[in-house]
Ligand binder design. Structure first.
Ligand code: FAD
Length: 510
């Protein structure tokens, strides 16, 4: 029997104990005796056709890791299954909750959900306290500082405005200690709230996990430390455009994106650690510069309604793309059947690992949209959203807007060649051979253009083009020339993009 009230900390993203001030608010709250760390498995996110199995498994591992770490502190994670709005009332009543804490979230779905949960709490007389720790700075604070000024739509202007007005980001906070008296959690043996296995989530039962990424804060911290200490030369010389998209399985970048996505790693802690070890990092191409891309795109997505689509998105160039979800060109791209080995190898890596190097994302995004297929970036965004372990509403949309020349980037005449581009990094085609074993024996000379191999060569390589591996679905030279002309027209018709005026009610936040 509980004699005393409780504070509930609601994990959503921010799946970590370090640098989690909202969790500390619950733990240190003098008016409540108990703390209940909660995660709610919302059915909205449990649909394999929207959220791929690799990401769900990664999430479950994050939850297991949290539970393990909380148990070391004599607490545990309570996993509720269902819509938080339906689950919370009974849970709050049962545990006499008087305080709810959580990390502030900028995404439209989360904003809407959180407003309703806030209302519920008001109705039940529960205090709500939130902290903005998904990014370096509180996006609401940036918005207030901007006042009536237009949203900065370049990295540079955003970076100089934020550092100029807000100075350095707040320091990261330590995790709650393991001292016995720190966290009092009731009912820690109750089975009803345990972290489920994949098989226990009915929609995912039987689907196989193929990614090599393992979820959790413990893993995130270990990867960060390994990268920063064992690859010092890579960190110091880190220049994003120079990193290789074909390096695999030892990638040329940190591969921390799935951990940042779920908040297993705090961006503040990350930049502090980078600065401790390598004090001279300057954006935008440096490692810290990458975190600023995340910061910039998360902010613009926060203040731009309909950011994930073309219609109703005021920063997006309006273009008549091919939009049909059954379009054979789109399907071939998604299913790695374009006949361009570089593109198909990348799409296979995406499906299998749920991750691609940034320049590989560039290549497949350019190919799908303005480069070769003229398919809407929204279709590509959807595919990425389902298959990436690091899929993030803001970053995914922003980068698709960029690559399709719909916003941020306008040099439409710069198109990636699916042949010449990978050749620079990987002349032998090891990356292609790894992800497309059907081409394993193709001579290096034809690895990116197997359709040009004489039939005798194809036979010897045990790969007949058109039978064992598809012929190209478009001719790159012709398609990219035609599309560049369409793009040129679209750009000249829409004129130079001016930063739009900001409106008060842009985000729905007060
Ligand atoms: P590192 O180079 O080690 O960078 C460290 C961190 O900085 C990353 O983990 C990420 O959090 C951030 N970062 C790096 N590049 C970018 C960028 N261009 N924009 C925003 N943040 C960045 N990233 C996602 O996390 N989720 C997505 O859904 C996503 N979709 C993308 C879609 C397209 C079409 C493109 C071109 C890029 C997308 N990116 C996305 C950005 C970028 O490709 C990945 O963040 C990066 O490749 C992840 O690898 P890493 O962790 O090794 O990166």
């Amino acid at each position: 029997v509980m004699n005393g009230s409780s504070a509930v900390h609601w994990f959503r993203k921010g799946l970590r104990l370090h640098d989690n001030p909202a969790l500390l608010d619950a733990v240190k709250n003098p008016a409540t005796r108990y703390v209940l760390p909660v995660f709610c498995l919302d059915p909205v996110f449990l649909q394999p056709e929207l959220v791929g199995v690799n990401r769900i498994q990664f999430l479950l591992e994050c939850l297991q890791d949290l539970d393990r770490q909380l148990r070391q502190r004599r607490s545990r994670l309570f996993v509720l299954r269902g819509d938080p709005l339906e689950q919370f009332p009974a849970f709050f009543r049962r545990y006499k909750t008087t305080l709810l804490t959580y990390e502030f979230d900028t995404e439209p779905y989360a904003k809407h959900r959180d407003e309703r949960v806030r209302q519920l709490c008001t109705d039940l007389g529960i205090d709500v306290r939130t902290r903005a720790t998904h990014t370096l700075y509180d996006p609401e604070l940036v918005r207030c500082k901007l006042g009536e000024r237009p949203t900065p739509l370049t990295y540079k202007s955003f970076y100089s405005f934020v550092t100029g007005t807000l100075g350095r980001p707040p320091a990261s906070m330590p995790a709650p200690t393991t001292a016995d008296d720190d966290i009092h959690t009731p009912d820690i043996e109750l089975d009803a709230y345990k972290v489920p296995t994949l098989a226990e989530l009915r929609a995912y039962d039987g689907l196989s996990v193929t990614t090599s990424f393992r979820g959790g804060e413990t893993e995130a911290l270990a990867i960060m430390e390994r990268f920063l200490t064992e690859r010092q030369a890579d960190v110091r010389a880190f220049s994003k455009p120079q990193t290789s998209p074909t390096a695999w399985p030892k990638a040329s970048t940190t591969q921390l994106s799935p951990y940042f996505k779920f908040g297993c790693l705090s961006p503040r802690l990350f930049i502090e650690r980078v600065q401790e070890l390598h004090p001279l990092e300057e954006p935008p191409v440096s490692l810290i510069g990458q975190i600023w891309w995340r910061e910039f795109f998360t902010y613009v997505a926060y203040v731009t309604p309909n950011f994930h689509q073309m219609r109703g998105n005021r920063i997006c160039r309006q273009i008549s793309w091919r939009e049909d979800r059954d379009d054979p060109l789109y399907r071939a791209w998604e299913e790695a059947r374009t006949g361009y080995p570089w593109i198909d190898a990348c799409m296979t890596q995406l499906r299998k690992e749920g991750w691609l190097h940034h320049l590989a994302r560039h290549a497949v995004a350019c190919f799908l949209t303005r480069g070769d297929l003229w398919v809407s970036w929204e279709r590509g965004r959807e595919t990425f959203d389902r298959l990436l372990v690091d899929a993030d509403y803001s970053l995914n949309s922003a980068n698709w807007l960029w690559l399709s020349c719909s916003a941020f980037f306008h040099q439409y005449y710069r198109v990636y060649s699916p042949i010449g581009f990978p050749q620079k990094y990987d002349p032998n085609g090891d990356f292609v051979r790894h992800f497309l074993p059907v081409l394993r024996e193709m001579p290096a000379k034809y690895i990116y253009t197997p359709w040009e191999a004489p039939l005798a060569v194809q036979r010897k390589a045990h790969c007949i083009i058109g039978e064992d591996y598809p012929s190209p679905i478009v001719d790159h030279a012709t398609a990219s020339r035609e599309n560049m002309e369409r793009m040129r027209k679209a750009v000249s018709e829409s004129g130079p993009q001016r930063p739009p005026k900001r409106k008060r009610d842009d985000t729905g936040a007060s």
